[in-house]
Design a protein around this ligand. Structure first.
Ligand SMILES: NC(=O)c1ccc[n+]([C@@H]2O[C@H](COP(=O)([O-])OP(=O)(O)OC[C@H]3O[C@@H](n4cnc5c(N)ncnc54)[C@H](O)[C@@H]3O)[C@@H](O)[C@H]2O)c1
Length: 250
């Protein structure tokens, strides 16, 4: 595999499992020293072990992205023994078991929790990591293609993921003068731990509505993340990239 990230340190939030782990593994295979910023101590440590056992460079730093103090501590630890941070995938979010309720059934507590993690957490992460990108860098935020088709019974999540697109654009303007690019990935419904309870009929329906007529897998996404983090996309910033087999168009 090409070594586009040799000598680079990249933080991936929520990399204990799911898409975040797939992104961390891909970036490490391309030479990055990866920081796994994950709230779950078990999956975080397991992810570090899996990557290190494979001869890759990875370190788990337990982090709650919703907490200002936790994110600040993670950033300090992430930059230790390095010339700074070169890349960030702000992937962590509350994404599983969140659906099912209509707009007037969601409690204020659940709404606030989704916003605190998915929106405030993404902002806090970028705010802590960007100053450590001393010679420029690249940030990938993670939204969802649900923002284009507005599924019901998921209002708080879809709203939080819509916020990530606006946040990406404003951040790109503010950070551009420091040669930091910010782009947003919008995955379609993807097989993984977070989506394993989804019934087969819904997977089949979703696959049918993609142009490419199949179910999306985590390794359909990691190439796009690596591209956006690498110099191969060096003049791309403030953009949104839907990776969903053509399910949505924009
Ligand atoms: N899987 C999909 O179908 C899909 C589709 C569109 C968008 N996404 C987005 O992709 C990203 C990853 O989703 P996934 O399917 O891998 O979900 P997941 O639930 O499998 O993984 C999310 C990870 O984030 C961690 N996390 C949760 N709260 C955290 C916090 N406060 N601080 C730090 N880490 C925290 C979790 O412990 C978990 O390891 C999310 O932003 C999600 O919204 C996923």
């Amino acid at each position: 595999m090409t070594q586009r990230f040799a000598g680079k340190r990249i933080v991936v939030t929520g990399a204990g499992r799911g898409l975040g782990f797939t992104f961390a593994e891909r970036l490490a295979r391309e030479g990055a020293s990866v920081i796994i910023a994950e709230i779950d101590p078990v999956t975080g440590a397991e992810a570090e072990k899996k990557l290190c056992d494979a001869g890759l460079v990875a370190r788990f730093v337990q982090t709650d992205i919703a907490s200002e103090a936790s994110v600040a501590a993670m950033a300090q630890e992430a930059a230790r023994d390095s010339d700074g941070i070169h890349g960030l995938v702000a992937n962590a979010a509350l994404a599983n078991n969140v659906g099912g309720k209509l707009h007037d059934e969601i409690s204020v507590e659940v709404w606030d929790r989704i916003m605190a993690i998915n929106v405030r957490g993404t902002w806090l992460t970028v705010r802590a990591i960007a100053p450590l990108m001393k010679n420029g860098g690249s940030i990938v935020t993670v939204s969802s293609d649900t923002i284009y088709w507005g599924p019901p019974r998921l209002l708080h999540y879809v709203t939080s993921k819509s916020a990530i697109v606006g946040m990406t654009r404003s951040l790109a303007r503010e950070l551009g003068e420091r040669m930091i690019r910010v782009n947003c990935l919008l995955p379609g419904l993807t097989m993984g731990e977070a989506t394993k309870e989804i019934p087969q009929t819904r997977w089949a329906d979703y696959a049918e509505r993609t142009i490419l007529k199949r179910t999306q897998q985590p390794d359909d996404l990691d190439g796009a993340v690596a591209f956006l983090l690498s110099d191969d996309s060096k003049f791309i910033t403030a953009q949104t990239l839907a990776v969903d087999g053509g399910f949505s168009m924009h």
